[in-house]
Design a protein around this ligand. Structure first.
Ligand code: AMP
Length: 380
């Protein structure tokens, strides 16, 4: 199947080809026609499956002309769990809307930055990408009108529920017109999502493209058994000897992120931590540098585990294991995306061995653990 056959605006198809998107991914083939038909949709699809374009393209395709009157009424609302995802989704909207002959104004709003510029800019916006809390603040200041929403998209709905946005989401739903199209995307289907779909969706088309055991085989998963004291040196040893030049390292706390990054830098490896204590500006800066290969190592907490969309990220390291197998999948899903193979390395201390066994069982995959005690880590 080709993009041409999906009844999208021809200029969007040109832009897709320019971007090197030669054929639609599975989710795009199946979701685009449904969204164009104005149907509700439940898409079970992980990050990396191409789900963003699966709703961005048909929603943009529908705008046939520029907005007539500049007001605070928004037509499409996309709710996302994190600021990073808001920025990324908006970038995809902008990339494709720039190809259209008429201006479609898209904008991202999120907390952690001053609200005033967002209030001012919310004029004539067609498509708004928002985190729930900031959207409510903007609504309370009368900076946005939600009564004309035609389509609501919930992206990474499972993550929004995990982060405790349920109340905010319910408050937002009450502000929307009854008659609208709803698109719900989630990496997993659980009871909470089931509850949400019952409230929200009207005879939805269900598209499930979750891989059978959740971890795509594009990712080469490996692990090293290591003592606590040798973890830092082993990480530096692997980065240097395996010449890992773009590595996302996951740790379990803000403090650990700072420590690991400091130690890497002290050993001549360009590394910075990214976590919720960093300002939004600093976070965006670090992601951009990392994305374009100007920063070798980014050390992140789980909050950042999803939504960082970096094409061709070759390597992810679990410096510490996440608590849930789901987070393990989300973390390693940063690599091996968009049909490019990647490597996911876990460093396992004796304390973590049992938990690592549980993770392997849950993901239905056994991962070889290499003993590292004989590695000569002197000087690392
Ligand atoms: P997503 O799941 O939306 O985060 O997309 C994952 C990655 O796949 C992004 O980097 C997209 O740019 C890329 N992508 C999405 N659709 C296609 C396609 N049809 N062909 C090639 N790359 C794509």
């Amino acid at each position: 199947m080709s993009f041409e056959s999906l009844a999208l605006h021809p200029l969007l198809v040109d832009q897709l080809l320019k971007q090197g998107f030669t054929k639609p991914y599975d989710i795009q083939q199946r979701a685009i026609p449904e969204i164009l038909k104005n149907n509700d949709l439940l898409g079970i699809a992980a990050t990396g499956s191409g789900k963003t374009a699966s709703y961005v393209l048909p929603l943009l395709s529908r705008f046939k002309q520029a907005k007539q009157s500049k007001d605070r009424k928004v037509n499409v609302l996309v709710l996302v769990p994190t600021r990073e995802l808001a920025v990324q989704v908006n970038e995809v909207f902008q990339l494709f809307s720039s190809a259209l002959p008429h201006a479609v104004k898209t904008m991202a709003v999120f907390g952690g930055v001053s609200i005033n510029p967002q209030m001012k800019a919310l004029y004539g916006v067609n498509i708004l990408v928002a985190t729930p809390g900031r959207l409510l603040e903007l609504k309370e200041s009368n900076a946005v009108e939600l009564g004309s929403i035609e389509t609501l998209v919930l992206d990474e709905a499972d993550k929004m529920l995990n982060l405790g946005f349920k109340d905010e989401m319910d408050r937002i739903f009450k502000l929307l017109p009854q008659k609208r199209q709803n698109l719900l995307f989630s990496a997993t289907l659980n009871e909470n999502i089931d509850g949400l779909q019952k409230v929200l969706l009207n005879h939805p088309t269900v598209i499930n493209i979750a891989p059978t055991h959740d971890t795509p085989d594009l990712i080469n998963q490996m692990a090293y058994a290591v003592s606590d004291e040798r973890k830092g040196p082993l990480l530096r040893y692997l980065i240097k000897t395996e010449e890992l030049n773009q590595v996302l390292v996951f740790v379990s706390s803000i403090q650990r992120a700072d420590n690991v990054a400091n130690k890497l830098r002290a050993n001549g490896i360009d590394a910075w931590p990214i976590h919720s204590k960093k300002s939004q500006g600093a976070r965006t800066d670090l992601i951009t540098k990392f994305k374009y290969g100007k920063l070798r190592v980014l050390v992140a907490t789980d909050l950042l585990a999803r939504g960082i969309d970096i094409e061709f990220l070759p390597c992810v390291v679990n410096y510490e294991l996440p608590r849930s197998p789901k987070d393990y999948i989300h973390r390693i899903g940063r690599t091996g995306r968009a049909e490019n193979p990647g490597k996911a390395i876990s460093l396992i201390t004796p304390d973590e061995q049992h938990h690592f066994g549980v993770i392997q069982k849950k993901i239905g995959k056994s991962i070889d653990v290499v003993e590292s005690k004989d590695f000569d880590l002197k000087g690392f």
